[in-house]
Design a protein around this ligand. Structure first.
Ligand code: PBG
Length: 348
């Protein structure tokens, strides 16, 4: 029935009320009718170009160690990480982000091993640059993999001291840039770190190394599996609420972004991802900057666990969650699903 063939009197009396009368003939379902029309009106798309792959590093050679809390994710020795980076480059993934599992013997209250130019992060950066020169490398200058207490800063008398930590994070960023990092992404949430890192990079001839700010990083329960992956789970005393954002706050998140941009951040990130899509949308609307989300370990694990139990279709849930980041305003997503999603996207 449409406006060109008026319904018979019988049909009119049969239904309670004519739907076209109610809607004025506007039927939103018309464009959803077929695959081709759905594709034609699709507003957002996910591509391989949107993916950043976080990987975990471990000492040794030829090692590929499963992480029980993150099925399908492994700790990789530097040589294997280099091979995996080359695979990611072949898949078209633009960048990888490295996170080290540091030997307990090298940890101390100040996380001083982060200042060793030959530490696991820097060795991996060099190896990856050599094996896959076309892929971008993002390194984290936070101290947590290196501290004996698992915090992201230097701990003195029960307090994570801000300014001393910032000095160390900035020095670590210079060493990471010297090893070949393209983007420094400090995940520690100390005040003033972006400006200090920018100054330190510039003073050492690394004007072209970019900064991706973990501008809005929330104190979150969703980081659990990551802490197992880098071996800080058993170490962490207390929580990170004195430096990460309160997950109840959105205005404060905008102030963090504003300040980091003033200090020289080139890109901003929201972390965790899915529970914070409102923050992503606000950030994109208010600042129009390159905006990224970190779909963190707990988010990955929830999808994997439900799929392993046969409770959801894991592949569809993965692709849906990634596309939803795009709809919310993301330019890209850090996700442990990166290679899996890239395989699917390149097959299409
Ligand atoms: C700490 C850091 C965290 C993650 C990366 N770096 C959070 C934390 O341990 O508090 C989380 C990543 C994830 O959960 O996937 N600087």
């Amino acid at each position: 029935m449409n406006r060109h063939s008026p319904p018979s009197a019988k049909a009119r009396t049969a239904g309670a009320r004519d739907v076209d009368e109610i809607t004025g003939s506007r039927r939103l379902r018309r464009m959803r009718k077929t695959d081709w029309s759905r594709r034609l009106v699709q507003e957002n798309r996910l591509s391989v170009d949107d993916l950043i792959w976080p990987i975990f590093l471990i000492d040794g050679e030829g090692r590929r160690e499963p992480i029980p809390a993150m099925p399908g994710v492994f700790r990789l020795s530097v040589d294997v990480a280099a091979q995996e980076a080359a695979r990611a480059a072949r898949l078209g993934i633009p960048a990888i982000a490295t996170f080290p599992n540091i030997d307990g013997k090298l940890k101390d209250v100040e996380g001083s091993h982060i200042l060793d130019p030959e530490n696991l992060i820097n060795r991996a950066t060099r190896a990856i640059k050599a094996a896959a020169p076309s892929i971008g490398i993002i390194t984290d200058a936070a101290l947590d993999p290196f501290t004996s207490h698992g915090h992201d800063g230097i701990l003195r008398d029960g307090i994570i001291v801000n300014d001393e930590t910032v000095g160390q994070v900035a020095a670590a960023a210079v060493l990471q840039a010297a090893a070949g990092a393209d983007i420094i992404a400090p995940s520690d949430m100390m005040d003033g770190r972006i400006g200090a890192i920018r100054d330190a990079l510039d003073a050492n001839g690394f004007e072209d190394v970019a900064i991706m700010s973990y501008a809005t990083k929330f104190a979150s329960a969703f980081y659990g599996p990551y802490r197992e992956a880098i071996g800080t789970a058993g170490l962490l005393k207390g929580d990170k609420k004195t430096y990460y954002l309160d997950h109840a706050n959105s205005d404060e998140a905008m102030r963090e972004i504003e300040q980091d941009l003033d200090e020289g951040a080139d890109m901003i990130m929201v972390k965790p991802g899915l529970p914070y899509l409102d923050i992503i949308r606000r950030a994109k609307d208010e600042f129009q900057m390159p905006t990224f989300a970190y779909q963190v370990s707990g988010e990955y694990t929830m999808i994997k666990a439900a799929a392993a139990n046969g409770w959801i279709d894991g592949e569809r849930a993965m692709m849906e969650s990634l596309l939803c980041f795009k709809r919310a305003g993301c330019d890209g997503i850090l996700t442990y699903f990166a290679p899996e999603a890239a395989e699917i996207l390149t097959r299409r």
